[in-house]
Structure formats: structure tokens, C-alpha cells
Design a protein around this ligand. Structure first.
Ligand code: NAI
Length: 716
């Protein structure tokens, strides 16, 4: 045995899972084989009456399957066979003469939860680290170790579909309410209680699966085939509406669950294995697994190329500017337990900023993501000021003052007088080159960019921008802080638009040019929703604000010429005074509360072709905006703005919402082939001269038949 160890005392076997040299426990073929052998051993020992399965890791029960192993599947049949072998072991566990109590503390995910479901009784700790989930659909897969079959039996059909389709984490308290676990205990007594319950199971005085009775409506629906048919139909409809058919694992998961109700148990499990196999062979799954590996490798990247200095400790941060972005940054710092000194010019602005921080935390409290005590503690970490008092020991200051170089220089000059010599000055500017912010700074090596996206508490990406003068320990420290703030961090070099806004610009511009040509607003948005973006480009313009888009567009076209020139439509609508959602007037209609309605037909009169609308070929609709973005992303790699295709893909997916099932711009090129992308760009460039000239790197890759990522094995 390697991962499992056994002790037997007083009739109870304690099986401890603790994978050597691994931070977490995960399932693989070898762990399944060990469990099989373990079951044989304890079943063969007449002295063993019941067992407890517990983890030897501090805060993880079982984190799921070993995702590296998924890369070894050569075909759908391989993956199906792996699932079937998991089924055999779980079924043995479920039917064993030795009832097993799952003693869960920490993450209990994927195959870990599926194993717990095959146990006779489940106890979990009442601890924030204890979460239960079936996250497989996030990797483009379906639960493959019996989850689609056992979960509905334990918590009911609708609750199970919800858990599987959303892949969401369920906290222990919620798990108790739904019947997912049988008992909730303090971590200190988990082991003892588990042993007691094992003894009771052995004595026949306790029965597991004390499933909570479904409510009247739920049982009415779920208790008969007609009702269930409604539930399944509804789930399929919602899924299709949400994903537009781009994530095949979701309907496959519904099919697997349904099979469990339609025929024998064997049919249910066989369907799950078959669909798991089929999903493992999809392109969507391959790309989502790539994103998993890419984010994992990014977490280990200090952001410094070559030998990396250690990050300096940051136990407090300063935030200058208590406006929209400043408040978001202060809130996420407080959420992580970091004290924040929060400064603006007037008390009134500080008060508004503090209220905004409070609102962010309040939302978490309302959603029960934090307790009242945590809410109070976090709120008390943010202290406001209109002077520079309290900044004397602050190791990192993030400025989020007006987007005006003179104001940025002014606050930098003022605060440098009070900050410690080594303090980092990070700018959240969205458009001003960091080198310009650093001009005149006494310690330019301490100046860096931290480009958060709005809303800060929701957007996962942070772009850290470095200049040739930024010191390596400043980079390493800033990246570490960004990660501590819960962000996925990419490090980019200083250039107009940095990376994310630079590749967003040609995409938005092409959408705007389609408007110039007379294409209908909703047709453009629909085409990009169908492609897989979370919102259409015209909706995005309204969201971001036409003034902000106009300003950024002007900067980028000044830097890169006509290739990145904004559309006439944007200019004309902006000139009319419409700013988008914030002014409740843009391309779409907004009600008093700011809720978006349909297209505002009156906006067409402001566009170059007026109300006359023309159709565009489906192929052009679909390719034009993404091609412009993908080509620009390659230019950024060519110009060293991004450090790797990995960073480029992560930046596009997490910063813009580039369709995750496509992996990102560079993965997309690898999938389609550089030669084909060059051909498409050249064809588009004939129609729209100057804007689709393939980047030199792309052309050379096409010529040499090269890819950005290896064709087989671990992608990053
Ligand atoms: P905002 O207008 O909501 O907030 C700016 C705040 O800075 C105001 O409260 C203002 O009173 C304060 N301020 C101005 N001069 C100051 C000074 N000398 N000392 C202290 N406080 C001062 O603006 P927002 O949207 O929060 O933007 C701030 C920065 O973040 C800008 O550089 C912007 O480009 C950048 N940014 C904005 C994004 C957005 O979506 N709004 C996204 C990413 C970056």
C-alpha cells in the first residue's frame, strides 16, 4: 500500500488516505487498485465489523481524480474503461459486508464525493475548508465514478442536477440540510464520532442515508416518470439557453442521470461510463483541462523570468482613490484579512468609498459566504483618511485615482514622502503606460502596474505590468499579493493597452465596423454569443461605457495606427452624448433601475448607414471579430508584451471571457492550424484591407507547420 494505511482496533478498521509527496489526495487507477486490495483485506478479517475512511492531509479529504491521468486516455474507450473500473470498486464498497463511514474534513470533490456516496454513512466537519462538489462539468466531463447515479438517490433529482450542472461547492452546513451528509461535527471530534458511528452501524443500531424528505412539490415532481420528464426537459432547456450548445458535457450529464431512472441500475452506470468516455474525447474537454493546467502552472510562477527573488511580506496595503475601483480593491483585500489604509481628497468621498466596501461585503454576508462576525472583522480592516497619516509602514500602495497622468504624478510625489523607502507604488491605470507614471519617481524600480478589471470583486484576472526598470523583488511581491487577493495573475510588459485591452480593441472595433456597414446590433451580439463570449461586443460597449471605450480606442489607434482605429459608429454615438448603461442611454434601452432591455432603435439614426440595415454572411459574422483578436494576441507575443502563449490564453479567457471551451486565442490557432488561420486572415484582409494582415509570427508558424503548445502530453 502506498496511499492507504490501515489500523484495526475494537472491531473498527481505520483506513487513512494520504498520498505520499502530494499536497492533496487524488484518485487514480493505482489508488483504485489499492482500495480494492484494502477491501479484500478488511473483508477477509473476521475481527473487522465496520470501517472509517479518513484523510491524513490537514485540510483535504479527497480532491478528485488525478487530472494528469486524463491526458493518458488515447480514446473514448480508454476513458470509458477507467470509469467502469471506478464503478466496480465503488459498488464493492457500497455492498461490502463492512459498512464504511466517510469522515470528511476539507475538500471532498469529484471522485472523492462519489466515493463518500458509496459509503454507508457520511460525517463532515463544520469548517470553512470543508466543501463538497462534483466539479467534472467544469472540465468538460461528467462525474464518472457513479456520481450521476448515486447523488440523485441521496439528495433528490433536482438538487442533484443543480449540483452536477453548476459544479458548485456545497458547504458542510448546506450539505447536511440537503441530506448529502448525515452528520455535522466539530473537526476536533470527527475521528471519534466516526468510530462511534461505525460501531453503531456494525451493531445495526444506525442506518445510513437518512435522506431528508423532499418537499411536497419536489416529491410530486420527482416521484413519478411524468414529473421527472418535466424536470429533465426543463434542465435541458435551461442548459441549452445558457451554453448555446457549446458544452456537450452538460446535456450528457443530464442523459446519464436520466438513464438511472429509466432502466436498471446497470444501465445507469453503463450510460455514465459511456458518456464519460465520449466527453473525455471532446475538444471542449481538452481545452478546459488545458485551462486547468495553465492556471495551476501560473500559480507557481513568480512572474520573474529566470532566478526569482522571494516576495516581500505585505501585511497591509494602502489604496489611493476611494472611487469605483479603489473600493473594489479595498474590499477584496479586507476579504483576505489584509488591513487597508484608504485615502481620498474629501471626507465625503472616503465615506462613499467605505459604503461601497461595505456593500461588497454585505453581498457576501447576504449570500451566507461569510458570517456576521467575519463581516464585522473584515469591515473593520478598512480605515479611511484624507491625509497621508498611517502610510508610514505601508509596504504596497495601489493608486486608483482619476485617469490623468498629472493626478497620478501628484499623488506619487506626495506619498513618496511618507512611504518607507522600499514601498511599492502600483498603478491601476487602464491606459497610461507605467513608464510614464514612473517618470520623475525617486525610485522608479518600485513602480509597477496592477490592472484590475471591473467589478474588482468578481473579475478573476489581474494584469501586472512591468517596465524595464521595475525591480525583480517588486514584481515577485506584487504577483504574490495579487494571488493573495484571489486573482489569477499574468505579468505583461508595458505598452499601450497592455495585453487585455490591446486584444479587446480590434475585436470591439470590428463589431463597430459591422455597425458602420449597416449590420443590426442584435445580430452582431448574437453572433459572438454563439461563438461563446459571455456578452456580445455591443452590449460590452454599453457596459464598459462609451466614453471609456472611446478614450482607450483613441490611445490605441494613436499607438498602432489604422489597424486599431475605432469605428465611426462608436464616435458618432458617443458624440451624441450617450455613454451606455451608466447614462441609461446607449445601444440598448435601460429602465430606471438600469436594467437592460432591447435594442434602442433610435440609436440607428446616429450611425453612418442610418436605419438601413444589411445582413452579413454567417461565416463573416462568426469569424471577423475573433480573428482580429487572435491575430493581435499573436502580435503581443511577437512583441514580447506577454511572456508566453499560456499567459495570452489565460488573459483572454479570464480578462475578456474568450470562450473557455476554445482554450484561448493560442489554443484556438493550434486547434484550427496556423496555416488555416493565416488563410482566413488573408481572405478577410482582401475584403477589409489593412486590418487583417497576418502577424509575422503567425506566417512563419504556418510556413513551418509549428504549434504554440505540444501536440500531446501535458500542455503546459
Ligand atoms: P473613480 O472616478 O470612480 O474614482 C477615482 C477616485 O480618485 C475618486 O474618488 C477621486 O476623488 C479620487 N481622487 C482623485 N484625485 C485624488 C487625489 N489626488 N488623491 C486621492 N484621491 C483622489 O474612477 P475609477 O473608475 O475608480 O478609476 C480609477 C482608476 O482605475 C483609473 O486610473 C482608471 O483608469 C482605472 N481603471 C478603471 C476601470 C473601470 O472599469 N472603471 C478598470 C480598470 C482600471
Amino acid at each position: 500500500m502506498n496511499a492507504l494505511s490501515l489500523t484495526v482496533s475494537d472491531g473498527i478498521a481505520i483506513i487513512t488516505i494520504d498520498l505520499p509527496n502530494e499536497p492533496v489526495n487524488k484518485f487514480s487507477a493505482s489508488v483504485i487498485a489499492e482500495f480494492d486490495a484494502m477491501l479484500t483485506q478488511i473483508e477477509g478479517n473476521g475481527a473487522v465489523k465496520a470501517a472509517v475512511l479518513i484523510s491524513g492531509k490537514p485540510d483535504v479529504f479527497i480532491a478528485g481524480a488525478d487530472i494528469d491521468a486524463f491526458l493518458e486516455f488515447k480514446s473514448a474507450a480508454d476513458a470509458e474503461a477507467a470509469s467502469a473500473s471506478g464503478h466496480r470498486m465503488m459498488s464493492r464498497l457500497e455492498k461490502s459486508r463492512v459498512p464504511v463511514v466517510a469522515a470528511i474534513h476539507g475538500a471532498c470533490l469529484g471522485a472523492g464525493l462519489e466515493m463518500s456516496l458509496a459509503c454507508a454513512y457520511r460525517i463532515a466537519t463544520d469548517h470553512p475548508k470543508t466543501v463538497l462538489a462534483l466539479p467534472e462539468t467544469q472540465l468538460g466531463l461528467i462525474p464518472g465514478a457513479g456520481g450521476t447515479q448515486r447523488l440523485p438517490k441521496v439528495i433528490g433529482l433536482q438538487a442533484a442536477l443543480d449540483m452536477i450542472l453548476t459544479a458548485k461547492n456545497v458547504r458542510a452546513k448546506k450539505a447536511l440540510q440537503s441530506g448529502l451528509i448525515d452528520e455535522l461535527v466539530h473537526p476536533a471530534i470527527l475521528r471519534d464520532i466516526a468510530i462511534q458511528r461505525a460501531k453503531a452501524l456494525a451493531a445495526g443500531s444506525l442506518r445510513g442515508h437518512n435522506r431528508k424528505k423532499p418537499g411536497a412539490l419536489a416529491s410530486l415532481l420527482e416521484g413519478n416518470p411524468l414529473g421527472r420528464a418535466i424536470v429533465f426537459r426543463q434542465a435541458r432547456k435551461m442548459t441549452l439557453k445558457k451554453t448555446r450548445g457549446s458544452y456537450p458535457a452538460l446535456p450528457a450529464a443530464i442523459d446519464a442521470v436520466e438513464a438511472g431512472y429509466r432502466g436498471t441500475a446497470a444501465l445507469g452506470y453503463a450510460t455514465e461510463a459511456r458518456l464519460f468516455g465520449e466527453m473525455a474525447a471532446t475538444a471542449a474537454s481538452r481545452e478546459l483541462i488545458f485551462l486547468f493546467f495553465a492556471t495551476t502552472s501560473l500559480k507557481k510562477d513568480s512572474g520573474v523570468t529566470g532566478a526569482s527573488p522571494a516576495a516581500l511580506p505585505v501585511t497591509q496595503i494602502g489604496v489611493l482613490g476611494t472611487g469605483f475601483m479603489g473600493a473594489g480593491i479595498a474590499a477584496i483585500a479586507a476579504m483576505q484579512g489584509i488591513p487597508v489604509r484608504f485615502k481620498d481628497m474629501k471626507h465625503e468621498q472616503v465615506g462613499r468609498g467605505l459604503a461601497a466596501v461595505r456593500a461588497v461585503l454585505q453581498e457576501r454576508l447576504t449570500k451566507k459566504q461569510i458570517s456576521r462576525q467575519q463581516f464585522d472583522d473584515q469591515l473593520s480592516l478598512v480605515s479611511g483618511t484624507i491625509e497621508y497619516t498611517g502610510f508610514g509602514n505601508v509596504p504596497l500602495v495601489i493608486e486608483a485615482v482619476f485617469e490623468d497622468l498629472a493626478v497620478k504624478h501628484q499623488v506619487l510625489a506626495e506619498i513618496e514622502k511618507v512611504l518607507p523607502r522600499t514601498a511599492i507604488f502600483a498603478s491601476n491605470t487602464s491606459t497610461i503606460p507605467i513608464a510614464q507614471v514612473a517618470e520623475g519617481a525617486p525610485y522608479p524600480e518600485n513602480v509597477i502596474g496592477m490592472h484590475f478589471f471591473s467589478p474588482v470583486q468578481k473579475m478573476p484576472l489581474l494584469e501586472v505590468i512591468v517596465t524595464p526598470r521595475t525591480a525583480p523583488e517588486v514584481i515577485a511581491t506584487t504577483v504574490a499579493v495579487g494571488r493573495k487577493l484571489g486573482k489569477t495573475v499574468i505579468v505583461v510588459n508595458d505598452a499601450p493597452g497592455f495585453y487585455v485591452n490591446r486584444i479587446l480593441a480590434p475585436y470591439i472595433n470590428e463589431a463597430g465596423r459591422m455597425l458602420d456597414e449597416g449590420v443590426a446590433i442584435e445580430a452582431i451580439d448574437r453572433a459572438m454569443l454563439d461563438y461563446g463570449f459571455p456578452v456580445g461586443p455591443i452590449t460590452l460597449l454599453d457596459e464598459v461605457g462609451l466614453d471609456i471605450a472611446g478614450k482607450s480606442g483613441a490611445i490605441l489607434s494613436k499607438a498602432f495606427g489604422d489597424r486599431l482605429k475605432p469605428s465611426a459608429s462608436l464616435g458618432q454615438v458617443l458624440a451624441s452624448g450617450r455613454l451606455g448603461r451608466k447614462s441609461k442611454k446607449g445601444f440598448y434601452l435601460y429602465d430606471e433601475a438600469g436594467k437592460k432591455g432591447g435594442v434602442d432603435e433610435s440609436v440607428y439614426a446616429l450611425l453612418p448607414t442610418g436605419a438601413r440595415r444589411t445582413a452579413l454572411s454567417a461565416d463573416e459574422m462568426r469569424h471577423r471579430c475573433p480573428l482580429a483578436m487572435v491575430n493581435e494576441a499573436v502580435r503581443c507575443l511577437e512583441e514580447n508584451i506577454i511572456r508566453s502563449p499560456r499567459d495570452g490564453d489565460i488573459g483572454a479567457v479570464f480578462g475578456i471571457g474568450f470562450p473557455p471551451f476554445r482554450g484561448g486565442p493560442f489554443r484556438c490557432i493550434d486547434f484550427v492550424g496556423a496555416a488555416e488561420i493565416v488563410r482566413q486572415l488573408e481572405a478577410m484582409n482582401v475584403k477589409h484591407p489593412g486590418r487583417f494582415v497576418p502577424s509575422a509570427l503567425l506566417v512563419s508558424m504556418a510556413r513551418e507547420g509549428k504549434r504554440f503548445y505540444p501536440a500531446t502530453g501535458k500542455p503546459v
